[in-house]
Design a protein around this ligand. Structure first.
Ligand code: NAD
Ligand code: IPM
Ligand code: MN
Length: 350
């Protein structure tokens, strides 16, 4: 039976990069003798401006029950300056589908892409486990007397023992499964005592169950410095939502920029969402300059999620070979456009 995948291109360059990822994932699955059924969904700023909602009520229940995965592009449009539709769509998916693992692998796929002096492909290879359902993203807070000099704005970070424990455990389980040496937890427990003491205690407890995996802690400011100074220290990083967001863009730059950085928003065994780390890149819309590799590599994580690891490795290898050929988009120093890169990677699948 065909597995159903929803495609949400979203805004800006989202639809064009997603289209390349869709073709390539479809072909890789076909080679693996699995059949995928694609359903294009119209959500994004246009839909929101027309209907007044980001997505129909109940649609996430439909995804959870009837779809294997969602392939997502990006949200962000100047016509919706408060990003209301983006929160409804992307944060809505993360929260309503309980996609608690934001998996963001950082791997230098070609030595020429690293901005750091004397670092090579063996030095930049780690995976960020970003907690994806709590922290500052829960929308707890409010504003009083907005627009006056007496304005008060409050935004609360929320952590639960269950939420913290499950992401930390996922990081250790991954480290064990993937033969990784260490897990680093990064927080700001020196300043944010109440919330991050829970992270520290839970990390120590879960780490003690994995004695073969080295565990260490860094405050997030130091972690940011160390990622640039010495990325080879890192194998697996587990952290709360906002810090994971920030560190993953930093990580993206270590491997060649946002045009290459992929992610999965995952609840193991359930309908999950796969998207590039980058946004809608309004500066690139209509230029053909968007690099589809981040979306394509997100498609590889999707294939892994559906149990097609052979197909996932084939897609990754095709991207690595494409990078090696130097036939790339302008962000990586080439002069191909989005569709041309997609065509060539597709051709490499055979
Ligand atoms: P962005 O990621 O869209 O762009 C940052 C920079 O990276 C830009 O210079 C852009 O040209 C470049 N870039 C991004 N993707 C690229 C690609 N595939 N190929 C080549 N270059 C690429 O971040 P931004 O400009 O801060 O945000 C634009 C909009 O996207 C905002 O509305 C923001 O909120 C939203 N956003 C959405 C997501 C998401 O949907 N997951 C993620 C980040 C930002
Ligand atoms: C990301 C994005 C989102 C986030 C925004 C668009 C809400 O930056 O997926 O990294 O902060 O999670
Ligand atoms: Mn981000």
């Amino acid at each position: 039976m065909a597995e159903r995948i929803a495609v949400i291109g979203g805004d800006g360059i989202g639809p064009e990069v997603t289209e390349q990822a869709r073709r390539i994932v479809d072909r890789a699955a076909q080679i693996a003798q699995r059949s995928l059924e694609w359903e294009e969904c119209p959500y994004g700023a246009d839909y929101y401006l027309e209907h007044g909602v980001g997505i129909e009520p109940g649609r996430f229940d439909d995804f959870r029950e009837h779809y294997a995965a969602i392939l997502f592009g990006a949200v962000g449009d100047p016509r919706v300056p408060d990003m209301a539709h983006g929160r409804e769509l992307l944060l809505g998916a993360r929260f309503q589908l309980d996609l608690y693992i934001n998996l963001r692998p950082i791997k230098l796929l070609d030595p020429r892409l690293c901005p750091l002096k004397d670092k090579g492909v063996d030095d930049v290879d780690f995976v960020i486990f970003r907690e994806n359902t709590e922290g500052g993203y829960v929308g707890v807070g409010g504003a009083v007397r907005p627009g006056t000099i007496h304005e008060v704005a409050q935004q609360t970070f929320v952590y639960t023992r269950r939420g913290v424990e499950r992401i930390i455990r996922s990081a250790f389980e991954f480290a064990q499964r993937d033969g990784r040496k260490s897990v680093c937890m990064t927080d700001k427990a020196n300043a944010m005592r109440q919330g991050h003491e829970l992270w520290q205690r839970t990390f120590r407890e879960v780490a003690s169950e994995y004695p073969k995996i080295e565990s260490f802690h860094l405050y997030v400011d130091v972690a940011a410095m160390e990622l640039v100074r010495c990325p080879e220290r890192f194998d697996v990083i587990v952290t709360e939502n906002l810090f994971g967001d920030i560190l993953s863009d930093l990580g993206a730059s270590l491997q060649g920029g946002l045009g290459t950085a992929a992610s999965g928003n995952i609840h193991p065994g359930r309908c999950s969402l796969f998207e590039p780390v980058h946004g809608s890149a309004p500066d690139l819309v209509g230029t053909g300059r968007a690099n589809p590799m981040a979306a394509i590599m997100s498609g590889a994580i999707l294939l892994d999620h559906l149990g097609m690891s052979g197909a996932a490795r084939t897609v990754e290898q095709a991207v690595i070979d494409q990078l090696a050929s130097g036939e790339v988009t302008p962000d990586l120093g080439g002069n191909l456009n989005c569709v041309q890169v997609g065509d060539q990677i597709l051709a490499r699948l055979g």
